[in-house]
Write a protein that binds this ligand. Structure first.
Ligand SMILES: Nc1ncnc2c1ncn2[C@@H]1O[C@H](COP(=O)(O)OP(=O)(O)OP(=O)(O)O)[C@@H](O)[C@H]1O
Ligand SMILES: [Mg+2]
Length: 388
């Protein structure tokens, strides 16, 4: 970006050995009180010309940029920014000085002399008499700790997902075994027919069709498991929630059968696709279903789990209802705490992780009583990914 043609005459700059040496006098006449604020502000402040050029910066601003104030003053806007952010700086300035907007808030990267990158939060305001006032705050550490929290959360989510899959291993093996056993049966039957004197080709053809269908079923289960065991989170994708719910419940088919739990679906017909990380939301549904199964284990009353979907304004609501003993009113908030468990072998992380996942999708997860007995865990997810 070149030096702006409309920079004030007082903003002189000297080019020496290719380096820009600022040697600039204050570019405008502001009152003393303004200058006192400018100099003593606890955050970085800069006055910038209509082309984005730096007219004056305070000490905090200079410190954030890792350069003397005199070096920055007089330089074109974006001179010390990451190239991508320098482009957006130019665009923003155009909007500010042409009066399309009065102010802007944005985060961007500052390049310090040694190549170090600092993230800053920038507020740009168009002011009468001063083309643009810029206020900056160094948010590198805040961003770093947020990033670390996110990474730790992801590692924990993954670890608990693997633990859940480990606990489900026996049931899953059963699920995969069923189609394999069917394949063996069909194949043996076909071999017998082919070996007999008058081979019935039509029924062999039919058996091959069944074999192919069962093999697809087994490979679909394996594919889902592989995806659930992946470390990295998937990208947000458009998902048919009704289909995802059915497929997730399929993984627990064997446990439902063993415990004689009746599973029913009450799915909204016209549900729009939602933008979600499918692996993570499946993990939530698995956690809720496993809790419901555990609540019904040893329960003498009706053993039913109902999965439903419904549209609720800008959100879709998914609920997992069971007919078990339900929750003591006092526990309704506690169950979402990390490490809260009433089970002998429970970790107490299922609901806590589930709530984190749902909230990262800008959704909500809560529990309410079922009637006459049991618990209903509900999750509401924004249809369009984010409701701001
Ligand atoms: N459907 C339910 N009915 C009754 N109580 C429930 C239900 N779901 C959860 N709870 C209660 O909430 C507690 C916390 O559940 P959470 O899933 O967080 O942990 P957990 O199931 O105990 O262990 P894990 O980490 O293996 O999931 C459970 O121990 C149980 O007391
Ligand atoms: Mg659990």
């Amino acid at each position: 970006m070149g030096r702006s043609s409309d920079a004030p005459a007082s903003a002189r700059e000297t080019e020496e050995n290719g380096a820009t040496l600022g040697n600039v006098e204050p570019a405008f006449s502001a009152g003393d009180s303004f200058h006192r604020v400018f100099e003593s502000a606890p955050f970085g402040m800069a006055l910038r010309g209509t082309a984005g050029d730096y007219r004056e910066v305070n000490d905090v601003y200079a410190r954030i940029f890792g350069r003397p104030a005199a070096e920055i003053s007089g330089c074109p806007g974006g001179a010390f920014l990451h190239p991508d952010d320098a482009v957006s700086d130019k665009v923003i300035f155009q909007k500010l000085v042409t009066g399309q907007v009065d102010g802007f808030r944005i985060q961007r990267r500052v390049l310090r002399p040694g190549g170090e990158v600092r993230w800053v939060s920038v507020t740009l305001t168009a002011l009468a008499g001063i083309p643009v006032l810029e206020m900056v705050e160094d948010v590198t550490e805040v961003r770093r700790s947020r990033e670390e929290i996110r990474e730790r959360e992801a590692a924990l989510t993954h670890a608990t997902r693997l633990a859940t899959l480990g606990e489900m291993a026996a049931g899953i093996a059963h699920e995969v075994n069923q189609p394999l056993a069917a394949i063996v049966n069909y194949a043996n039957g076909s071999l017998r027919r082919l070996a007999s004197a008058e081979a019935d080709l039509e029924s062999v053809k039919q058996a091959l069709g069944y074999i192919s269908r069962e093999a697809m079923r087994a490979s679909e289960i394996v594919r889902r498991l592989k995806r659930l065991s992946r470390r990295e989170d998937g990208d947000r994708e458009r998902v048919d929630l009704n289909a995802a719910l059915r497929a997730t419940a399929d993984l627990l088919e064997a446990e439902f059968g063993d415990l004689r739990i009746e599973v029913s679906f009450d799915l909204a017909a016209e549900i729009p696709d939602v933008l979600i990380d499918l692996v993570q939301i499946e993990q939530v549904v698995l956690n809720l279903l496993r809790n419901a199964i555990e609540a019904l284990r040893g329960w003498d009353g009706t053993r039913r789990i109902t999965l439903s979907t419904a549209i609720d304004g800008e959100r879709v609501r998914i609920s997992v209802a069971d007919t078990g003993p339900g929750l003591e009113p006092l526990l309704v908030d506690k169950v979402f705490d990390a490490f809260f468990t009433t089970k002998r072998t429970g970790l107490g992380m299922g609901l806590s992780i589930s709530r984190t996942i749902v909230e990262n999708h800008r959704g909500r997860l809560w529990v309410q009583p079922n009637s006459p007995t049991g618990a209903v865990f509900c999750m509401a997810l924004p249809i369009f990914g984010e409701i701001l």
